[in-house]
Design a protein around this ligand. Structure first.
Ligand code: ADP
Ligand code: MG
Ligand code: MG
Length: 318
């Protein structure tokens, strides 16, 4: 019997995304506990509702520091550090620009250039002031907003993996709307599909086989709108305030921690292939698969996974 036939799948829609949990034993109660855990973390981190710990910080921008729970504080601290990496595109203070573009939400359109310029002044990560003793966060300017949309799923995927492990699960997979985290290794590893950019349905460029790693993709084809024949996608360049525009259609990161994957997929997106590969040379634990608009697939390295190309329109460069 193939591994797939022995697998039980549970699904839900949470954080505006389809969520899939795979287990090698039938365990409905465990699956519902996993889904409640995801909801609890979403309640702490979302900026798409009136209340969450992150919204409390945003609502006090320019007024006072807000103390938050230790896990939320640590996540924000990690996001601030990533925001200060030179040449990267990740910025936790990107909120005012995300709200202005509304990409993927009702009313998305290209904002007036003046609005973008004004909001750029509210996105300096140095103006996110942290206090370790109080576990407090202070946004120094009114109108500043933290947005953890680029890393919340990765962080939560790791928490789900930890919970499953603690519950005695040795083989499992959680897919949070494209952020995949795995536990253990079935025979042959876990096979994760890499989507073909802009292709309809489930067309795949290839498969990525991992054992206990996470696989996360940031792509220009995931959420976007079109205006006057141009496409505007949801990953913004903190330097310009406009969607990132370079040679890439997507970046996939493979690493143990889904949080690392999520941070690095955005960081590296902004660096492009050459600088991205150079940055990864110092991190043998983090590997990238770049898909370019020129239909090339470039692997920074492939020590902890195996990539199989399925589409002959694309050229593999290892
Ligand atoms: P998804 O998994 O939803 O496709 P990503 O992990 O690629 O998302 O992150 C995109 C989201 O991150 C955006 O929807 C927005 O909320 C936020 N975001 C956009 N640009 C940036 C940026 N430069 N730095 C940090 N977060 C960003
Ligand atoms: Mg993501
Ligand atoms: Mg991300």
């Amino acid at each position: 019997m193939s591994d797939d036939a022995r697998m039980y799948s549970y699904s839900a829609v949470l954080m505006g995304s389809p969520i899939l949990l795979k287990l090698f034993e039938h365990n409905e109660p465990l699956a519902s506990r996993v889904f409640s855990l995801i909801k609890q973390y979403e309640d702490l981190l979302t900026v798409n509702r009136a209340h969450s710990q992150v919204m409390d910080i945003n609502q006090a921008a320019g007024q006072q520091p807000v103390s938050v729970s230790r896990p939320v504080y640590e996540l924000i601290k990690c996001a601030k550090a990533a925001s200060l990496v030179a040449g990267g595109a990740f910025n936790l203070a990107i909120g005012p620009l995300v709200k202005c573009w509304k990409i993927g939400f009702k009313g998305d359109r290209v904002p007036p250039a003046g609005d973008i310029a004004q909001r750029l002044t509210l996105t300096d990560p140095q103006n996110v002031v942290l206090n370790d003793e109080q576990t407090s966060v202070f946004l120094t300017l009114p109108g500043m907003e933290i947005d953890l949309g680029a890393i919340a799923k990765g962080y939560i995927a790791d928490r789900v993996r930890d919970y499953l492990r603690q519950q005695g699960v040795t083989l499992g997979l959680i897919n949070l709307g494209g952020n995949v985290q795995t536990l253990g290794s079935p025979e042959g590893g876990w096979s994760i599909g890499l989507k073909k950019p802009f292709a309809p349905g489930t067309a795949l460029l290839g498969t990525i086989e991992v054992m206990g790693q996470s696989v996360v993709t940031s792509g220009v084809y995931e959420r976007y709108f079109e205006q006057d024949g141009r496409r505007y996608h949801h990953i913004l360049d903190p330097r310009t305030g406009y969607p990132l525009d370079n040679e890439l259609d997507s970046v996939t990161i493979i690493a143990r921690q889904s949080l690392d994957c999520d941070i690095w997929s955005t960081l590296i997106y902004g660096m492009g292939v050459e600088k991205g590969c150079a940055a990864l040379r110092a991190r043998s634990d983090i590997e990238a698969i770049f898909v370019t608009k020129q239909r090339e697939i470039i692997l920074s390295s492939a020590n902890h996974y195996r990539f199989t190309l399925l589409d002959d329109d694309y050229r593999l460069i290892a």
